[in-house]
Structures are given as C-alpha cells and as structure tokens.
Design a protein around this ligand. Sequence first.
Ligand code: NAD
Ligand code: UDP
Length: 334
Amino acid sequence: MKILIAGGAGYIGSHCVRLLELSGHHPVVVDNLVFGHRGAVGAGIPFYEADLGDVERMTDLLARERVEAVMHFAAFAYVGESVHRPLKYYLNNVAATLHLLEAMQRAGVKRFVFSSTCATFGIVESLPIVESLPQKPINPYGQTKLDVEIALRALCAAEGFSAAAFRYFNAAGAAEDGSIGEDHDPESHLIPLAIGAAQGKRPPLRVFGLDYPTPDGTCLRDYVHVDDLARAHIAALPLLETPGRFVDYNLGTGTPTSVFEVIGAVESVTGLKVPWEPGDRREGDPPALYADSEKARRELGWVPVHTGIRSIVETAWNWHKSHPEGYGGVPTAG
Ligand code: NAD
Ligand code: UDP
C-alpha cells in the first residue's frame, strides 16, 4: 500500500517507515522537522517538508501521491511542557490532526492509524491497563490524544473513515539493524539518558523518586521496542479495509520494569557504570504503568519480539555506540 507517514522523520515514525518498506509497502513521509531528522528517512523514500496544518498542501500531496492510508505520528509529546503551554499542544496535537483529517476527506483517503498514549488513562484503578478502563488524562498532552481518539470514533461512525488508535506505553530501543534510533532534543526518556550518563556524555542520571510503593522504591514502566510498535501498525492495515471500523489497542509487553532495573540492564549491556543521584518525584508520575495487550495479541496476532529490558537496551546501545552524535554525526538511513 501507499502510506503517508505523518511525523515520519521522528523516532517512532522513522522506524515504522523502515519496516513498512521492508515489508513491501510504499511509505511517503511528511514532516515539518520541528523535531525529527531528515537523516532518519531512507534516501529513496519520498519526503515532503510540510506542516500537517496546511490543508491545501496536504490535500494536493495525498491526491498526487495516490495515498491509500495515513499513519499519524506527528505531535508534541513533552508532558511537563503541555502543562505550562497547553495551547501549543492543542494547536499541534488536536487542530493540526483535524486539518490532516480534513485534507484526507477532501482527497478521499479514509484509512487512519493514530499514535495515542497510555497517558490518556491518567491514574488507573487497576493494573495491568486494559482498553476498557476509563480514560481520565491528568495533563493536557494526554487530553489532546484522547480528544483525537474521540474525534476518530465519530468520523468512523459517520463519515466512512476507518481508524486504529494505538496507545503506546514506553517506546524504547532502536532499529534491529542499527541504522536508525532515538535522537530527541531535548531528551527526556530514561534509557537514552542512562546510556548518555554511562558514556560520560550526559550528567549523572537523576532518579525521580526512590520512595514509591514498588519493590525497589522506583517507578515501574512498560518498555516496548520501537520495531514491535511498528509491526503492530502494519498488522492493523487489513482491519482498515472495513469502512466505519474503529479499533483501539494498548501496546506494551506487559512486563513492569523499575528505573533501577533499567539502570542494571544498561550497566550489564554496556559494561559501564551508570552514575546516578537520587531526585525528587517528578510531578505527574504514577508509581506503576503497564499494559494488558491481550486484545492486540488476539485481534492483530501481535506478539512483541523484544520481551525483556535487556534485549531492548542492547538495540539502544548498538545505536548510541555507533552514532555518538545521533543524526548529527555518522551518515544514517538518509
Ligand atoms: P518525535 O518527536 O520523535 O516525532 C514526531 C515527529 O513529528 C517529529 O519528526 C516532528 O518534526 C513531527 N511533527 C510534529 N508536529 C508536526 C506538524 N504539525 N507537521 C508535520 N510534522 C510534525 O516523537 P516520537 O517519540 O516518535 O512519538 C511519535 C508519536 O508517538 C507522538 O504522537 C507521541 O505522542 C506518541 N507517543 C510516543 C511515546 C514515546 O515513548 N516516544 C509514547 C506514547 C505515545
Ligand atoms: N526517569 C527518571 N529519571 C530521568 C528520566 C526518567 O527517573 O531522568 C523515570 C521516570 O520517573 C519514569 C521512568 O523513568 O518512571 C520513565 O520515564 P520516561 O520519561 O522515559 O517516560 P514516561 O514514563 O514519562 O513516558
């Protein structure tokens, strides 16, 4: 299929582009490069530097490229910033997404895959997190993603769209062939920060809270490999053949892993010490978040290849070791 990848120069989008191409699809990338990297997208893949809010341009592009489905990864995703600058988040995550959907409707493209997040659930009453739990986000970032999910349900029910919303847990790791990986600026994610601290390229890792009601006192999260997330997107494409269909899936391995366990995995994989210091709890961090992905297993046949933190960290280490400057250094996919 010809698939437009919105935000395809970003971390998760670029991994999806790579696997789509390997599986015989034809990705076309649109990214405004506010984040993301041109070098994350293979040289032979059509790339348009454009903003999703530009309805005229997007309509033209969708029609000209004869796009059959859209996978939408583009968003702002810093929870803390969303609390202080909610308008920025509503404009990009909600308004620009609605403009993209409008362009799709004009161009007659009705299949959509959306990057949502476990942050749409807020503070949950039970674990693991199953799709049927109430969604009550506790920050504007999570709310913007839930708003789009709600809009998508309505568009599917009334306007002939079909859509899949994937709620990722903690995306982590790098391409299994080492060609692309994570390069956020600013970086806020635990694994690249721990690796950077071990390499002496970043300050000692600050562990946000050691007094949580968890086995070792640090937060538990569900780290899921970025290539496994990409494979779920590909598996969802047949479901979108049915107009009117809306499906939602929580994507994680279901294994809770603590901050100290991540540090341990980084030390064992790299052979380096991770210097760390105790820090206060980070505002808005629940003690534990992990997924029940039974529905994705059942309906998509989705089985994560990377089930342990060590295997995920190995791919991340492979990327950081071979690309010490990220996309700013050694030539990459582009
Ligand atoms: P990213 O910042 O690496 O990638 C997003 C890309 O979208 C960037 O390349 C950016 O330039 C582009 N973009 C943003 N706004 C745009 C616009 N208006 N027009 C065109 N391009 C635009 O982020 P990521 O970590 O790859 O996350 C991808 C998606 O997954 C996001 O929607 C995020 O909310 C969601 N998500 C990520 C995680 C995670 O752990 N990284 C977890 C849950 C959900
Ligand atoms: N974390 C930490 N120090 C850091 C960054 C993250 O202790 O410098 C912790 C954070 O509190 C959370 C886990 O690591 O429990 C994963 O955080 P990340 O920001 O990677 O993802 P999030 O869970 O916020 O989506």
